[in-house]
Design a protein around this ligand. Structure first.
Ligand code: SF4
Ligand code: SF4
Length: 190
């Protein structure tokens, strides 16, 4: 019996874009659905992880980029651990979000996008997560000032929310942000 080799190639530009962004080849997926079976939030997703991977392979850009699935993904990496084909599904979810934002697609769950932006801005400023600052940043983005106010007060009373941020180790984070900025600029000009 001669040994045959299977070359898996992509016909989907979206799959190519995901590969460039994440290094993940979704064409390796053979739809065993182990990722979906283990996903703790798949019940709330519009397309389960395996379905989203398949849609990327098919080049169903509109469906994938407008799907709630990547925005609900909790990055727990259960799917990544379970995949027999070593597809890092969690990375694929991140890649889809990055591509969607770059393409100007309105996030289907704006609160999650606002949370990411508020958290990133906060870490960029303080060098680490400063919870109170992050909450203020999120409220200013969502204009939902009273949601979870009771919970916030409880946390504040228990000393879980600090009034002043700690800047310990912030220099290292700032350096990382500067380096990423330089890298992005370099990539834009080449
Ligand atoms: S990383 Fe995301 S898609 Fe994967 S199992 Fe966790 S929540 Fe589900
Ligand atoms: S676990 Fe891997 S091979 Fe199986 S459906 Fe999910 S991505 Fe595809």
């Amino acid at each position: 019996m001669t040994e045959s080799t299977l070359t898996i190639t992509s016909q989907s530009q979206l799959a190519d874009a995901v590969f460039r962004e994440s290094g993940q080849n979704v064409n390796l997926c053979y739809q065993c659905r182990k990722c979906a079976a283990g996903c703790p939030v798949s019940y709330a997703m519009d397309y389960r992880p395996a379905q989203l991977i398949h849609a990327i392979r098919l080049g169903a850009d509109d469906l994938v980029l407008n799907s709630k699935t990547p925005w609900l993904c909790a990055s727990c990496e259960t799917c990544t651990t379970r995949c027999p084909q070593e597809v890092d599904v969690a990375k694929v979810m991140d890649a889809v979000k990055i591509i969607a934002v770059r393409e100007g697609v309105k996030p289907p769950i704006p609160e999650v996008a606002s949370f990411y932006r508020a958290a990133l801005a906060n870490i960029k400023k303080c060098g680490r997560m400063y919870e109170l600052g992050m909450i203020v940043g999120l409220k200013l983005r969502t204009f939902d000032f009273f949601k979870d106010a009771g919970l916030g007060m409880k946390m504040f009373r228990k000393g879980k929310l600090k009034m002043i941020p700690s800047l310990t180790g912030a220099r290292t984070t700032w350096k990382i942000f500067r380096r990423v900025k330089r890298f992005e600029r370099k990539n834009q000009t080449t």
